[in-house]
Design a protein around this ligand. Structure first.
Ligand SMILES: *Cc1c(COP(=O)(O)O)cnc(C)c1O
Length: 412
């Protein structure tokens, strides 16, 4: 009787909540949501409190509800939201001036996302060679394990089969070479090559850093062959590594750079930065975006820069990163069956695990500690850049408990 009841109930019961959602199920979402955030802490609807070292995937550089950003957004919201790029936008002009003052760049195009910043970078590189009388040089060399976004061009650039599968022919023009193989890279440069595109620190790919001498080698190679060097600093930029931009550690400068994530501090925005030379083909009418650089985004972008571009702030990021890395080295010694390696740069940190990385992410979550998985079996930590000693200690303690829980599970 009870068996009959059960099976009858099962077949007629409403499907689980998630399968009735009208959200396109492209994400394997955790089954809870947050109600508010404060600094490095997130408060879930069900009352739980989490230390947020996922940072909205490298976005919340100043944590949640930072008063300076809130004020900038609210002040702007009361004045003007959107006008389009048919008119001058003073906040955007100011942010572009400041970004150019702080970097190699002479020109900036604002976007709403990282992928769009890359789209602009790719179009710009192609146009550069086209207006230089070599339209054949549209090909761009990219690297295995790269991630540049989810648009058709950027999945082709990233070259990952799992993102390309089923979406028809990949957009042509990208040649992928193994990471860290200088010979293969040189061999891939042909008469149609126009640019090299690389993340100074691979984010999604598993926190692999390009050593400074390799970035310098890339710069030389580009100069030798007349190629444009495009850096994707969407994840590693905006203070994340302890410099405003990751390439500063190597002393080189790119011709074009895509940024996003951190520059909006949680407001959707991105930018493509370039030298005047690299941008020379991008004249009126060649590119556009309805929302790109709208007054709300520009107000927040300027506010983020007010804080993160301060030398003392970046010094503090480096010091926090040293502390955190010290604690993580200790953690690795305490849990040799769980942790294989600590890698990354600054506060873009990866734990390469000996267990399945998602198991450690889940164990951390059970301890109220949020991280993100990455390629190569890595658990990624992208805390707010303004965390202090207390949060570093909390992170260590929660991770320590998560590792212990995994050890106990393996032993039982
Ligand atoms: C996140 C990311 C992108 C794509 O940014 P979206 O805002 O998701 O389009 C591109 N490149 C890198 C390195 C990223 O981490």
């Amino acid at each position: 009787m009870s068996t009959t009841m059960k099976s009858a109930t099962a077949s007629s019961a409403a499907p689980a909540v998630r399968s009735t959602s009208h959200m396109l199920p492209t994400y394997a979402r955790a089954d809870f949501s947050f109600d508010r955030g404060e600094g490095a802490w997130l408060f879930a609807d069900d009352g739980r409190k989490f230390l947020d070292f996922a940072g909205g995937i490298a976005v919340n550089v100043l944590g949640h509800s930072h008063p300076h950003l809130v004020k900038a957004l609210v002040d702007q919201a009361q004045k003007l939201w959107h006008t389009s790029n048919l008119y001058r936008i003073s906040g955007g002009e100011r942010l572009a001036d400041r970004l150019c003052e702080l970097t190699f760049a002479d020109k900036v195009f604002f976007t709403n996302s990282g992928a769009e910043a890359l789209e602009c970078a790719i179009k710009m590189a192609r146009k550069y060679h086209s207006v230089s009388g070599q339209p054949n040089r549209y090909r761009i060399i990219t690297f295995e394990g790269a991630f540049h976004g989810r648009t058709l061009a950027t999945i082709a650039a990233g070259g990952q089969q799992k993102y390309l599968e089923g979406f028809g022919p990949a957009m042509p023009g990208f040649d992928q070479v193994p990471f860290g193989d200088h010979k293969a890279l040189e061999a891939a440069i042909g008469p149609d090559t126009g640019a090299i595109l690389i993340e100074p620190v691979q984010g999604e790919g598993g926190l692999r850093s390009v050593p400074p001498q390799c970035l310098r080698g890339l710069r030389e190679l580009c100069d030798k062959h007349g190629l444009l060097l495009i850096l994707d600093e969407v994840q590693c930029g905006v203070g994340r590594t302890g410099k405003l931009f990751a390439h500063e550690w190597s002393g080189i400068t790119p011709d074009i750079m895509a940024i996003a994530k951190g520059i909006g501090g949680g407001f959707p925005m991105g930018a493509c930065l370039a030298t005047d030379n690299a941008a020379k083909g991008m004249v009126a009418g060649t590119h556009g975006s309805t929302y790109g650089g709208n007054p709300l985004a520009m107000a927040v972008g300027n506010a983020v820069l007010d804080v993160v571009a301060q030398p003392e702030f970046l010094e503090q990021v480096r010091s926090t990163a040293r502390d955190l890395n010290q604690r993580l080295a200790e953690l690795k010694d305490r849990h040799p069956t769980i942790i294989q390696e600590i890698r990354g740069s600054g506060l873009l940190i990866g734990i390469k695990t000996k267990v399945t990385n998602t198991d450690l992410v889940a164990a951390g979550r059970a301890e109220g500690f949020l991280t993100v998985g990455a390629g190569d079996n890595v658990v990624r930590m992208l805390p707010p850049l303004n965390i202090g000693e207390a949060e570093v200690r909390e992170a260590f303690e929660r991770l320590d408990r998560a590792c212990t829980a995994l050890e106990q599970k393996a032993a039982s």
